[in-house]
Design a binder for this molecule. Structure first.
Ligand SMILES: C[S@@+](CC[C@H](N)C(=O)[O-])C[C@H]1O[C@@H](n2cnc3c(N)ncnc32)[C@H](O)[C@@H]1O
Length: 260
């Protein structure tokens, strides 16, 4: 079954979702954990619309270097546009499994919401380790979709929708396995943090409100879900919002590690 495709439409949608206060707060937590320093060389694997690249560029300043790498041309176009005024940023086309950089190029690397889409995690983390200098930092953040709390009236239909949604990536439950993968790839895990996204009300400019539409589009026609089923699921959530009975949360899990 095809995963989520990062085409032009998806790239623009992700750009909007990742500008919501929920995801801005997530990036602030990531930036605080990585604590990028002036003059550092940093890589963002799967840099998407480029918000994190832009913030990293501001942290390292013009004496540093930031590379954002992504296989998606529409994502790279958004990232290049966002960072055009920072010439120490480079937006590169490439894949986490074959990083186009020499060994020991970077002081630090980040990859948020990316490895969950990559089938071969040991190979991807071996590449990450290779391009970091010894003592360099890696920060990896992914979602466990078992952590979602989302109240609905029709729980059976909701479970079918979420099961179909898990097909949008290769690893819907990667975080528990990340520390072991990092250790085997030559890292020492130094910090483990939870990054919750919490929407206690249904408001338009939130992660969950926008993700309802992403999920609805993706799951229609999968696992026997008809357009009517999916419309019903969407209406279920909307009516809970109107009745002041809405609650959504999902957890990202973040690991900071040092290259041995
Ligand atoms: C959910 S977005 C996250 C974007 C960005 N890291 C962020 O947090 O804002 C996932 C990104 O991973 C990229 N991606 C998917 N497979 C990849 C791979 N094999 N190597 C590198 N990036 C990949 C996609 O193109 C997309 O831009």
């Amino acid at each position: 079954m095809a995963m989520l495709e990062f085409d032009d439409r998806a790239a623009r949608h992700i750009q909007r979702v990742y500008a919501t206060p929920d995801v801005v707060a997530q990036r602030e937590q990531v930036l605080a954990l990585l604590s990028a320093r002036s003059g550092e060389r940093i890589l963002d694997v799967g840099s998407g619309p480029g918000y994190l690249v832009a913030s990293l560029a501001d942290a390292v300043g013009p004496g540093g270097v930031v590379h954002g790498l992504d296989p998606s041309a529409p994502m790279n176009a958004l990232a290049a546009e966002l960072t055009a005024d920072r010439p120490w940023v480079h937006i590169d086309t490439g894949d986490a499994l074959a990083l186009p950089y020499p060994d020991s190029t970077f002081d630090a690397a980040v990859s948020t919401q990316v490895y969950e889409y990559v089938a071969d995690i040991p190979a991807a983390l071996a590449e990450l380790r290779r391009v970091l200098r010894p003592g360099g930092r890696a920060l990896v953040l992914d979602t466990d979709w078992d952590s979602v709390v989302w109240h609905v009236a029709d729980r059976d239909r909701h479970q079918r929708v979420l099961a179909a949604w898990e097909e949008h990536l290769v690893h819907p439950h990667l975080p528990a396995e990340l520390p072991g993968h990092l250790r085997r790839a030559g890292f020492t895990v130094t910090r483990r943090e939870i990054v919750p996204l919490f929407n206690p009300t249904l408001e338009p400019n939130t992660y969950s409100a926008m993700t309802i539409e992403t999920i609805a589009r993706f799951v229609t026609g999968r696992r026997g879900l008809s357009a009517e089923d999916v419309d019903g699921w969407r209406e279920d959530l909307r009516s809970r919002g109107e009745e002041d009975a809405y609650l959504f949360s999902v957890n990202r899990y973040c690991f900071l590690a040092e290259a041995v």
